[in-house]
Design a protein around this ligand. Structure first.
Ligand SMILES: C[S@@+](CC[C@H](N)C(=O)[O-])C[C@H]1O[C@@H](n2cnc3c(N)ncnc32)[C@H](O)[C@@H]1O
Length: 233
């Protein structure tokens, strides 16, 4: 089914850098996606060699590759053609044949491959404005049966609006001068200014409204990393 014409263009919301081949090429040199510890968490919730995982915002596929080694099937969804092309080459180089790459987004992906056991997404949901995050969470919930697990990790703010200037300024000041091998101050600023990270006190009710129970949350106040394990009601 095609999306209504009033749905947003997810590529236009994908983040300038995610469509930039130079950023894609340097991404793995500046980001460790903790794929092994992520898999350990999912194994605690039943992930095994029979599992199917749908990943939204797979990017360069650090998690995708390790999940493909651990599971029966991974569907890696991303709106960025350069990210998908980079991941496709990685999969070919590593002879991994159980990953389906899909050029789509949270709002446009149509699942055609049987029931998913897990939904995974790290650092991608913040590309959607809040109304669309709620729609995306509802769509993610519908991909799972009752009891299915969603692992969601994103940059989420946990302060009052009156604190925003000081807290965002402190966060941006963690950035360096270079975009190579580190995250620059300009990239932190771009995230705060142009992307759609939201408040924890808005996101968590959206998660619950979509039909998930928040079974675990780890929150880092300095980096704004919110790491959730969600169980479908
Ligand atoms: C910061 S990268 C994160 C990559 C990877 N998940 C990780 O943790 O390293 C964000 C990814 O989300 C993708 N993305 C942005 N908007 C999206 C959307 N609406 N649906 C699916 N993927 C999206 C971007 O193209 C990019 O590959």
């Amino acid at each position: 089914m095609t999306s209504p014409s009033w749905y947003p263009n997810e590529v236009a919301l994908a983040g300038r850098e995610n469509l930039d081949m130079e950023h894609v090429a340097r991404y793995d040199g500046k980001m460790d996606s903790s794929a092994q510890s992520e898999l350990s968490i999912l194994r605690r919730f039943g992930l095994n060699s029979q599992s199917t995982v749908i990943e939204f915002g797979a990017g360069t596929g650090q998690f995708t590759v390790e999940a493909a080694r651990a599971c029966a099937r991974v569907v890696a969804v991303d709106v960025s053609p350069p990210m998908l092309a980079y991941l496709e080459k990685k999969l070919l180089d590593q002879d991994l044949t159980n990953v389906t790459l899909v050029n789509a987004g949270f709002l446009s992906y149509t699942h055609r491959e049987g029931q998913a056991d897990f939904v995974y997404s790290r650092y991608a949901l913040h590309h959607l404005p809040d109304f669309w995050k709620a729609i995306a969470l509802d769509r993610m919930r519908k991909l799972l049966s009752s009891g299915g697990i969603c692992r969601l990790w994103d940059v989420v703010y946990d302060f009052n609006p009156a604190e925003a200037t000081g807290r965002i300024e402190a966060w941006c000041s963690q950035g360096g001068a270079s975009v190579d091998g580190e995250w620059s101050r300009a990239e932190f600023e771009e995230h705060a200014r142009d992307e759609h990270s939201t408040f924890r006190w808005l996101l968590e009710p959206m998660i619950e409204r979509a039909g998930f129970e928040i079974v675990e949350v780890k929150y880092a106040a300095e980096t704004f990393d919110a790491e959730y394990v969600l169980r479908a009601d």
